[in-house]
Design a binder for this molecule. Structure first.
Ligand code: AOF
Ligand code: ZN
Length: 349
């Protein structure tokens, strides 16, 4: 049996839960009978619903899985959470071998699932496609191990790194295909975060289940499309009076004329917002860089050549090149005619 191929299928299945499982992990599972025939597949659809292993195993008749192999991208759980332990069901169904992608980082599980299976005489093989499995659940891993919200930035620039001309005009830098993919990226995040400057300049709708606006001086309260979304959270200067309006308003400390981002991201975690995608201009992007876990950078094959054009990370005057931020490029994808670079800060790898 090709474990890596089966694990890739688990990852594919797991991704079907994107956008619905937070704060839980993305998990997919495939089951083979004792002769190696694929007999079931499953995935975790929604927080609170069946785990992937249970989803796959409950589709089978009594003894179908006996002596078989179960492949899953995360260690099966051993604890009673919203659902009973998957390890118990795996044992009950008579599975002979479990192939997993990674040990669970949830301290309630953390190796206990594997122990439970092994104590029942089940053969366990872990860390198959571990890197891919960890990347699939990068949000869950950060939440569990650091108790912090995962922060990503999405930007789109020309070849010369500009998001707009000096007059602010920025419409349609990237192609239809690239913009369609942005919707998939947004779907992987609990919330989108932007600044009052972007709301005022572009009046974007940024359709999402949760939108966050950093609006220190409460300049966006009237008539902007973003306020029509399901849930809007506005961070503003704590010195101002609490406004009325169709949003949740959060008083925020101000440092150096900027809302305190440390406060903002801590507050998001308190509000159970486990991941946030920042889509803003160069100033906020730049300020967020030191908190960023990941950057999605679309590049269109255009050169603006505008002396005063706005850069995607535009927030400081640098005299020493050694102070640059360093990243590792993870992937380059084509969305004709544009590309998407995905990169991670080196300090966090
Ligand atoms: C999932 N889906 O497919 C697997 C998970 O509160 P509960 O019962 O939903 O348990 C959540 C924990 O279960 C989660 O943090 C992770 O450690 C483990 N495995 N969770 O949501 C799954 N296999
Ligand atoms: Zn489970």
């Amino acid at each position: 049996m090709d474990y890596e191929k089966s694990m890739k299928r688990c990852i594919e299945l797991a991704e079907c839960g994107a956008g619905n499982v937070s704060p839980n992990p993305l998990v997919g599972c495939v089951v083979y009978d004792r002769d190696g025939n694929l007999i079931s597949e499953g995935f975790h659809r929604k927080c609170g619903e069946n785990h992937a292993e249970r989803d796959a195993l409950l589709k089978l008749k009594n003894d179908e899985a006996r002596g078989g192999t179960l492949v899953v991208n995360l260690e099966p759980c051993s604890h009673y959470g919203k659902t009973p332990p998957c390890a118990d069901l795996i044992i009950e169904k008579g599975i002979a071998r479990v192939i997993a992608g990674m040990e669970d980082v949830n301290p309630k599980v953390a190796g206990n699932g594997f122990k439970k299976l092994e104590n029942a005489g089940i053969e366990v093989v872990s860390d198959v496609l571990e890197k891919e499995c960890r990347q699939l659940n990068e949000i869950f891993i950060k939440n569990m191990t650091e108790h912090k919200t995962f922060v990503a930035i999405k930007t789109a620039t020309t070849l010369d790194g500009k998001i707009a001309a000096s007059n602010g005009a920025s419409k349609w830098i990237t192609s239809e295909k690239a913009r369609a993919h942005v919707k998939n990226i947004r779907n992987c995040y609990d919330a989108l975060l932007t600044s009052s400057s972007t709301v005022i300049a572009d009046n974007p709708s940024m359709l999402h289940k949760c939108n966050i606006i950093l609006d220190r001086q409460l300049k966006t309260l009237n008539g902007y499309k973003i306020y029509n979304n399901q849930r809007v959270i506005v961070f503003f200067d704590e010195a101002l009076p609490m406004p009325q309006g169709n949003a949740e308003f959060i008083k925020t400390p101000v440092r150096d004329n900027m809302l305190d981002l440390e406060f903002v991201f801590n507050k998001l975690y308190e509000l159970n917002i486990m991941s946030v995608l920042v889509e803003a201009g160069g100033h906020l992007n730049g300020q967020v860089l030191s908190y960023a876990d990941k950057v999605y950078h679309f590049i269109a094959p255009k050169i603006l050549g505008d002396n005063n054009g706005r850069s995607c990370f535009d927030f400081r005057i640098l005299t020493d090149i050694a102070e640059c931020y360093n990243f590792k490029i993870d992937s380059v994808e084509h969305f004709e005619p544009d590309i998407l670079l995905t990169y991670y800060p080196i300090s966090k790898i």
